[in-house]
Design a protein around this ligand. Structure first.
Ligand code: NAG
Ligand code: NAG
Ligand code: NAG
Ligand code: NAG
Ligand code: NAG
Length: 633
């Protein structure tokens, strides 16, 4: 039995990080096979032998170069037997080796003076976009898409975590708690689809408690953000704690709360089993035990993306234990050394220390930065001085992002956020996961605290740092939009690289020959999948609310139309794709829970009335489940 879940949300199938370059055999055999010196060596056996020694030496250097202690490497990782590894990873290892041969001197990131990029992708927003009825119609289309997605799931996969729409069956990729049901529930409430609320609500009432008491291993983070978050938001939206009461279908709200408490009690074992405040990554539900991930490490984003949910559970249950455990993580991380607020993507529950040097805002890093801001916002900002350290950490980190991670592309000056895979003294990598597209929304939210830009300006609330962050938010949102627009399908790849002064790569474009950014954005073959992810439309939603600029609605509509055109499955549901650069795009046969929980919800809110779930009264957890701001003290 495998010890790890089939996937974790932040690294679905294509794990672009974890220990890949530590695969001995692959590094050695691949670099040997791909090296063009091979031919020369065939005729000279001494040379061949020396070359082998050289390769071993380089491999050894690369391995020792990495600071992750070798004791945490499991056998599978050493031998490169990773269940989800794609077959083209060799290109990465070979590429890494090549980079090692001629490691470019690290130049400090800098913004070139040319500012060709205009934040307006659409130069003139047609007057018709201002038409109210247009957006009512478009919002209705999103609602229909949600109903279609739900019906497909209900028909083939009810009670499973996810639908495989092409094979027309369900799959438990997240531990078997019916994750799609719970993720979709509050979206149905917000859209006012009583029938779906009743179906999903009854399933929760009839099955979820039993599942929770019987199921085995789940990932703490995934279960918290999707299932616990979904239950808590459903509780509030259906009238719990005198909340919104927007939905009168489904069970009594107390059902959601009781289920959430049951789940929360079991998840707490991840904290209480650990010798430090850093929780283990996995929990066994039926016996409330917990253990570390294979390899022993937790992801930084995973341990720091639990606090909104646990705090709110404490608030509504009246039991402080949940929030206390979760907040210890933040207090502990506060005391750890950072690089201008930026942190490595692994942390050890054993030592409590960060592990390795890899810094990025993509997978395993992303929502750490998001929750620094949102947990502070949740507390009602000014009311609790004890929590303002989080906002300070957030501001420091965003300064670090601007200073160390932001660069512009050649030739057209798109602004993007890259990575520091070898830490502050290592080379800059012009790689950006689609996951990083959460950042524009977070930056904008952090600048105005959920008010519109107009309101914030009128209240004199924006200092120069806020304005800089807001500008960066708009520039990055534009880049995220172009990551869609540059492909043949109009859908973004999972990962993009960017052409800069120091970095270029020929022959890997997105396929849309009329895109002005074809030469700015590089899409490698292994990165061309699309998982129906929400981050870009999430940022458009937040930016539309804050700037009131209609272009974000229009961009969101274009993305929605591309989803409709290329991901809708005739027999029911929507499917993620294997390659967004070819038409027709091959299907990946999975409808992720976040398509219903997040992507369609954010599109619905983007096209809807701005007073619906206002950003100064709610924070959205990282799975788009809204949680009310300002806990009762
Ligand atoms: C990788 O290659 C193996 C053997 O050639 C094959 O069985 C497997 O399906 C391939 N996996 C992917 C993701 O292409
Ligand atoms: C929600 O509203 C309905 C109808 O207005 C009412 O009957 C119900 O009691 C309310 N539920 C809660 C939990 O307030
Ligand atoms: C703030 O922290 C102090 C000292 O740690 C503590 O005594 C106090 O109760 C805290 N206040 C709140 C509102 O949590
Ligand atoms: C290709 O790029 C052009 C120019 O930016 C844009 O108008 C068009 O919508 C793009 N095509 C797709 C499929 O996104
Ligand atoms: C692997 O590479 C081959 C040839 O370059 C390509 O046809 C195939 O689609 C790639 N597979 C993946 C999973 O990227």
């Amino acid at each position: 039995m495998s010890n790890s879940l089939p996937y974790s949300r932040k690294d679905v199938d294509y794990d672009n990080a974890k220990f890949r370059h530590r695969s001995f055999f692959k590094v050695i055999t691949q670099s040997f096979l791909t090296s063009n010196r091979k031919r020369d060596c065939i005729s000279c056996s001494t040379g061949k032998f020396l070359f082998l020694i050289l390769i071993f030496g380089v491999a050894y250097l690369m391995l020792t170069h990495d600071t992750i202690p070798s004791r945490v490497v499991s056998r599978d990782q050493v031998f490169g037997i990773r269940k989800n590894e794609d077959n083209n990873s060799s290109t990465h290892d070979a590429g890494r080796l090549k980079k090692f041969w001629r490691r470019a001197p690290r130049l400090p990131p800098q913004l070139p003076p040319d500012t060709k990029v205009s934040t307006n992708g659409i130069n003139h927003v047609p007057a018709t976009l201002d038409d109210k009825s247009l957006w009512i119609t478009r919002q209705q289309k999103v609602k229909e898409a949600f109903t279609y997605a739900w019906s497909g799931y209900k028909k083939y996969a009810m009670g499973y975590d996810e639908l495989m729409p092409v094979s027309q069956r369900g799959i438990d990729g997240l531990g078997g708690l019916g994750a799609t049901v719970v993720d979709a529930l509050d979206t149905a409430m917000m859209m006012g689809i009583d029938e779906v609320v009743a179906e999903a609500g009854s399933w929760v009432e009839e099955h979820l408690a039993q599942r929770i008491s019987e199921k085995g291993q789940v990932n703490l983070f995934e279960t918290t953000i999707r299932v616990l978050g979904g239950l808590l938001s459903a509780y509030h939206l259906s009238g719990g704690e005198k909340g919104m009461n927007i939905s009168h279908a489904g069970p009594n709200p107390s059902v959601y709360l009781e289920t959430a408490k049951n789940l929360g009690d079991r998840l707490l074992s991840a904290f209480t089993s650990s010798p430090t405040p850093i929780p283990f990554s996995d929990v066994v539900l039926h016996d409330s035990s917990a253990h570390p991930a294979p390899g022993g490490l937790s992801s930084t984003s995973e341990v720091s993306t639990l606090q909104l949910e646990f705090n709110y559970l404490s608030s509504v249950s009246g039991d402080p234990k949940y929030g206390m455990e979760a907040m210890k993580v933040m207090e502990h991380i506060k005391s750890l050394p950072k690089i201008e607020g930026l942190v490595p993507i692994y942390i050890s529950p054993d030592s409590g220390q960060f592990i390795g040097q890899n810094i990025r805002l993509g997978s395993r890093g992303d929502s750490y930065y998001e929750y620094l801001l949102k947990v502070w916002l949740q507390s009602g900002t000014s009311s609790d001085k004890n929590i303002s350290y989080l906002y300070d950490m957030y501001k420091e980190a965003m300064n670090g992002v601007r200073h160390r991670l932001v660069q512009k592309t050649v030739p057209n000056g798109l602004v993007f956020v890259g990575e520091l895979p070898a830490g502050k003294d290592g080379a800059f990598s012009p790689k950006m996961d689609h996951l990083v597209c959460f950042l524009p929304g977070t930056l904008a939210l952090g600048a105005t605290k959920g008010l519109t830009r107009k309101q914030a300006m009128a209240n004199n609330m924006l200092n120069s740092e806020d304005l800089e962050n807001l500008k960066l938010a708009e520039d990055l949102a534009k880049t995220c939009y172009e990551m869609y627009s540059v492909t043949s399908t109009g859908l973004a790849p999972e990962i993009a690289y960017f052409h800069t002064k120091e970095f270029s790569e020929q022959g890997h474009d997105g396929g849309n020959k009329s895109s002005e950014y074809m030469h700015d954005i590089i899409i490698r073959p292994a990165d061309r999948h699309n998982l129906l992810r929400p981050e870009t439309v999430e940022s458009f939603f937040v930016l539309y609310r804050i700037t009131e600029d209609l272009k974000y609605r229009e961009w969101g509509w274009q993305i929605f139309e591309a989803f409709e055109k290329y991901t809708k499955i005739e027999t029911g549901g929507y499917s993620s794709l294997d390659d967004v650069t070819v038409i027709p795009p091959p299907k990946r046969d999975k409808m992720e829970t976040f398509f219903l929980g997040e992507t369609l919800k954010y599109l619905y809110l983007l096209f809807g009335d701005i007073s619906h779930i206002p950003l100064d009264k709610f924070v959205f957890n990282t799975e788009a489940h809204p949680i009310p701001i300002n806990l009762k003290k």
